[in-house]
Ligand binder design. Sequence first.
Ligand code: ZN
Length: 333
Amino acid sequence: MQDLSFAVRYVSELLNTAISQRASDIHFDPFAQFIRISLRIDGLLHRHDELACNAYGSVIARLKTLSSLDIAQQRLPQDGRFEWQKQHFRLHTCPCLHGEKMVARLLPTLKQQLTLDTLGLLPAQLNMLQKSLSKGSGLIMVTGPTGSGKTMSLYACLQFLAQQALQIVTLEDPVEMALEGISQIPVRKDYSLSYTDLLKAVLRQDPDIIMIGEIRDSETAQIAIRAALTGHLVLSTLHTSDAFSCVQRLEQMGVPKYHLDDCLNLVLAQRLVRCLCKQCEGSGCDYCRAGFHGRIGVFECLQNDEDFTKLHAAGIEKVRQGITTEQEIQRVL
Ligand SMILES: [Zn+2]
């Protein structure tokens, strides 16, 4: 009983701290001697606490109960969700050498309207993106490593498109945020349907715009291109470092160059850089973490092989505007 009341108190304090510190993830790493608990804030991991091994079992049980997961099951990974103080969390567990490793992800919430002009695009880039979105058909790709803000950029594009009377469907793994006026389909691994089967089914339902969470293989690429060539606007992502590599990857996936020439509206490559705190201008205060507060996107936009602003140059522009620092650009880019 004592264990349980400790766990309830510990977990609620931890979740409250994660929310107030604007963390994106809480990591629980079991080692031989202790459990390390860390918070990811503005993309960087910070050590938060060390928990005694004998206290961890009740903490796992508490989080699993919140997420409606099987407490007895410790040998298989599990995935659940819960809500705490109006913040949505996703809990993932995975068996490790010294116990179950867990990650609680704080799902993004819309604190303000997610619009294209808040992403961090330069004025010319914003103009290119708006024109590409207004074309009504073709392919728009967003590229960058994991955690570079691709999903938020796509969500901002969808919110922009949702202002018009259009059928918008997304295929996501997982759905990170519920959007109004958009049919979002979560891709679940336990479905017997494959990703491409689901995508084909979606295309039969006459959508105007399709967002495919990620182009994972050649078959998905072919279907996406066919859809883009036949009057749909298709938005998707790829894990490549820059805009040129995205085009190369699509070609490697078997998409002929003449098809890309016909339908590729725009490639965005992006990173997230930390913004200097506005309260203390970077010297460090209670409001921020080491002088930084929040992140903003740095972009390059590729259209018809034209000369364009490279990621690094776009980052330097953010330094010039006093939004971030040169060291931060060097760290991220
Ligand atoms: Zn500050």
